[in-house]
Design a protein around this ligand. Structure first.
Ligand SMILES: Cc1cc2nc3c(=O)[nH]c(=O)nc-3n(C[C@H](O)[C@H](O)[C@H](O)COP(=O)(O)O)c2cc1C
Length: 286
């Protein structure tokens, strides 16, 4: 099981020593034009997670390709580029521009502002990216859709090679005076509160597609990573935990080895058989 960072949760150029502990580094989502992002405050603590309204702040495609990507490539870590946009053409043009850049994979962030999370809209974006590049495409989905497995099936049919699950969920936090803490009013919830939702999404999308999955959402320990493996994730990504513990990649890797022993399982497939939910069993036997 490889350990990656979750997009937007690590600046590899500012903290190269953390990035070098990963099996692959995933960039912050790159959009065609530069984005300043939302007004501050953009981060809020909650009881079991964190809210962010960064608003996809990024330097834009041209600057990323000319300035950031060459420096990232020199880190010696495989690079995944997270691609975002407002239309399928936005996504496809960025994918086309990454053709000979030496990156390992593209993560297609399907939870961008103005991008519909409907299965057919997500599939249209993935199909446009598929036509634009031969690089492996991982579709990153949110669990906000009432049937995430349906979206997973649609993007698989459109040519996705893998899935990244899950993105943040829209949420609000209030201050003492009952006003929203974030300037935008709401933001994306990440951290431990997401884990049960993410485990379910990984489980149903694994059953629905059999595609390789990068599982994420509240992973803090090796035991958490093992639970994602048990639900069908091939790899995991660390997000919010990196803000509090930049040493998390090495720590989680060590803990994961111990967690396998503690759980009495030898590999992810054994873990998966233990975790098959009654819901899944019913579907399999129906
Ligand atoms: C500050 C912050 C910025 C993020 N930026 C992005 C982004 O640019 N693109 C993206 O696909 N996901 C982004 N995410 C979502 C994470 O990649 C991840 O899907 C989510 O936080 C769940 O994992 P976690 O609970 O381990 O943080 C961001 C999350 C946080 C907390």
């Amino acid at each position: 099981m490889r350990i990656l960072n979750a997009s937007g949760c690590l600046d590899a150029l500012a903290a190269p020593e953390v990035a070098r502990e990963l099996d692959a580094f995933v960039t912050k989502t790159v959009t065609p034009l530069p984005r300043e992002g939302s007004a501050p405050p953009r981060i809020a603590e909650t009881a079991h997670g964190m809210l962010n309204a960064i608003g996809l702040a990024n330097p834009g495609r041209e600057h990323f390709l000319a300035e950031h990507l060459p420096r990232l490539s020199r880190l010696g870590v495989p690079i995944w580029v997270s691609v975002g946009g407002f239309t399928a053409a936005d996504y496809a043009e960025t994918c086309a521009g990454l053709g000979r850049s030496g990156i390992e994979a593209i993560e297609v962030n399907l939870s961008c502002p103005n991008v519909e999370e409907a299965a057919d809209a997500a599939a249209a974006i993935v199909a446009a990216c598929r036509r634009a590049t031969a690089l492996p495409l991982y579709a990153k989905l949110s669990a906000a859709h009432p049937d995430v497995a349906e979206v997973a099936r649609a993007v698989a049919a459109a040519g996705a090679d893998g899935l990244s699950l899950i993105n943040t969920l829209r949420a609000t936090a209030l201050d003492e005076q009952l006003r929203p803490v974030l300037a935008r009013g709401s933001g994306g919830l990440s951290g431990p509160a997401l884990k049960p939702i993410a485990l379910h999404a990984v489980s149903v999308c694994h059953e629905a597609t059999g595609l390789p999955i990068v599982g994420m959402g509240g992973i803090q320990s090796g035991r958490d990573a093992l639970e994602f493996a048990a639900c069908g994730a091939r790899d995991v990504a660390l997000g919010t935990v990196l803000f509090a513990d930049p040493g998390a990649p090495a720590r989680v890797r060590t803990e994961l080895a111990a967690a396998y022993v503690d759980a009495g399982v030898a590999n992810p497939d054994d873990a998966r058989s233990l975790a098959k939910s009654p819901e899944t069993e019913r579907k399999v036997t129906a």
